[in-house]
Design a protein around this ligand. Structure first.
Ligand code: GDP
Length: 225
């Protein structure tokens, strides 16, 4: 058990992947234990983050988990979105082959912005739709292995695999102290910033798409290092 006075380790996770694979739904399920019916879900689109506290391997961890806000629809995820991230959750939809085939493109984008040591997990969402599965588990697992990433199948709808996905990433991050020590995550000057929780007393938020998050980070004091 960590001493009470020990400050939490700030960890920033990002969700990426094609539109409609279930990123927002996974975030809601994990953080709020909530599931919005399919017809209501599209109304929630907007940059969304959640702050979530957990104990991992005897350490207090303050997770800030960022959703893309639908920026991916315009193929313009801003570089600042990636800044300071220690973990990336790449989501595809097991019932939609195209979303799995898009993963290499997502990897090449994130290679531009984050260092190799950043922990990645491939999450095959919507396993409750087994009847319309288009991506075999084994194929996805082998792909994730080739990419040096963790892998899990999940369903935001039934909650299967969701906790496991987030916990596995955080455990791997805690096992990699260089990710949460003085220099963390991103390439370039961003590497010096470390993770920055959005606001110390907040548990989440919604912002319009395509916002420059670097401006927001600065307005909150910028560096947590
Ligand atoms: P995003 O664009 O990647 O953030 O995807 P959303 O979270 O907005 O989800 C897109 C659609 O997929 C919505 O209609 C959700 O209700 C639905 N959805 C998300 N996760 C699941 C899941 O695990 N199972 C099923 N059946 N539908 C899901």
């Amino acid at each position: 058990m960590a001493p009470i006075s020990e400050p939490p380790i700030n960890v920033k996770l990002l969700l990426i992947g094609n539109s409609s694979v279930g990123k927002s739904s996974l975030l809601l399920r994990f953080s709020d234990e909530q599931w919005l019916p399919e017809d209501e879900a599209s109304a929630t689109i907007g940059v969304d983050f959640r702050v979530h506290k957990m104990d991992v391997k005897g350490k207090k961890v303050k997770l800030s988990i960022w959703d893309t806000a639908g920026q991916e629809r315009f193929r313009t995820i801003t570089s600042s979105y990636y800044r300071g991230a220690q973990g990336i959750i790449l989501v595809y939809d097991v019932s939609n082959r195209e979303t799995f085939d898009a993963l290499p493109r997502w990897y090449s984008e994130l290679e531009t912005y984050v260092s190799d040591s950043v922990v990645k997990i491939v999450v095959g969402n919507k396993v409750d739709k087994e009847y319309s599965r288009q991506v075999p588990t084994q194929e996805a697992q082998q792909f994730a292995e080739r990419m040096g990433s963790l892998f899990v199948e999940a369903s935001a709808k039934t909650a299967v695999g969701v906790r496991e996905a987030f916990r596995n990433v955080v455990e791997r991050i805690i096992d990699t102290p260089e990710l949460w020590g003085n220099a963390a995550g991103s390439k370039g000057d961003a590497a010096k910033r470390g993770a920055k929780a959005p606001a110390s007393n907040s548990t989440g938020g919604v912002m319009p798409g395509n916002i420059d998050l670097s401006a927001q980070e600065q307005s909150e004091g910028g560096c947590s290092c």
